[in-house]
Design a protein around this ligand. Structure first.
Ligand code: PHE
Length: 361
């Protein structure tokens, strides 16, 4: 029979010095594993007389209880130490200053389209869209633009090789006005839409890019419900809201478009200085959009009876509005894709009140 006391001392001692979970497991196997010392001693009990067996059995059982308890205690101690050190090592200092997460910027074009859309949405307009590639009919003919009009010439309009059903060449729309045609062809009045989008002209210099953006507006209703006075107040409300100036001088200057009659161009008061253009001050004028009462021929071409319905339309250049409102001097920079430019002139995307991320910091 083994000397239990000596074994117990030896084992309790080794538990005391163990300082890893692996060591604890090794001790457990050494004592109560399949071939462990205690397991072995238990097996050996079989050889003893019944009296001896009872006595030795009790001794071994109580040793096993003490062993299990102290091994478990030691194991918990080690686990606690491990947890402590893990908590120390993985501690996050929430007071450290953060690097602002890099975020993109909204392009001024996107921003201005959003602003204009919001203002007209307040007046009950909804957004309509049309394709960049148009038919000659939607871009010119239906809009009462005569065959001889200079805008139809090759040096003004990008024509495609492919043709539409009527055999005429397809083209890149030169204005957003074909969305008027598409909308009127598809629904009866009342119609109250604005249509932002890309437009194209065969033109490239300091103040023209071959692709640019326009926003079109169209309101058609029963003739007694909509007249030029509504056009005027709608445009005035828009300009004063967009440029955030209740006293902004606004002028309606008689003009001509084949698709409106009468037609006007809208000028806003400004002052031209060496630094640029100052809106709302001085006694100079700046043209910002075209408008007019929709020509009866256009209504007829789109299946709307001009004896019953009438309305107004307007169209404006988005780049122009963006340059004026946000003091962006050079049109060409809009489309260069320069990341420094967009950081400077772009907008923080998550809060409309902020200009750029830098302003927020
Ligand atoms: N389509 C015109 C242009 O591109 C603008 C406009 C739209 C004028 C609607 C009157 C009415 O210049």
């Amino acid at each position: 029979m083994i000397n239990i006391q000596a074994l117990e001392n030896e084992i309790l001692n080794s538990i005391q010095v163990a300082d890893t979970l692996e060591a604890i497991e090794a001790i457990r196997l050494d004592v109560v594993g399949k071939n462990g010392k205690l397991t072995q001693a238990m097996k050996n009990l079989a050889q003893l007389s019944p009296d001896e067996k009872r006595q030795a059995g009790q001794t071994l059982n109580s040793f096993r209880d003490r062993f299990t308890t102290s091994l478990q205690e030691k194991k918990s101690q080690i686990e606690l130490v491990l947890l402590e050190s893990q908590l120390q090592n993985e501690r996050v200092d929430v007071t450290l200053p953060v690097d602002g997460a890099a975020s993109g910027h909204l392009h001024p074009i996107t921003r201005v389209i959003d602003e204009v859309t919001q203002i007209f949405a307040q007046m009950g307009f909804c957004v309509a869209e049309g394709p960049d590639i148009e038919t000659d009919h939607n871009n010119f003919t239906a809009l009462n633009i005569p065959e001889t009009h200079p805008a139809r010439q090759m040096h003004d309009t990008f024509y495609l090789k492919s043709t539409s059903e009527d055999g005429s060449p397809l083209l890149l729309r030169t204005h957003t006005s074909p969305v008027q045609v598409r909308t009127m062809m598809g629904q009866q009045p009342p119609i109250k839409i604005i249509a932002p989008g890309r437009t194209y002209r065969c033109d490239s210099d300091q103040t023209h890019t071959p692709m640019f953006h326009q926003i079109e507006g169209l309101y058609i209703d029963l003739a007694e419900k909509v007249h030029m006075g509504h056009l005027k107040s709608c445009i005035e409300t828009f300009c004063r809201t967009f440029f955030d100036s209740s006293t902004l001088p606004i002028r309606f200057r008689p003009s001509f478009f084949p698709f409106t009659e009468p037609s006007a161009e809208i000028d806003i008061g400004c002052k031209r200085t060496k630094e640029g253009i100052q809106i709302g001050a001085g006694n100079d004028w700046l043209e910002i959009m075209g408008c007019g009462m929709v020509h009866p021929n256009v209504l007829k071409n789109c299946g709307i009876d001009p004896e019953i319905y009438q309305g107004f339309a307007f169209g404006m250049g988005v780049e122009r509005l963006a340059m004026l409102k946000y003091n962006i001097p050079d049109l060409r920079t809009f489309f260069e894709g320069d990341s420094k430019w967009i950081q400077h002139y772009g907008f923080f995307p998550f809060a409309t009140g902020y200009r750029t991320q830098e302003d927020v910091a």
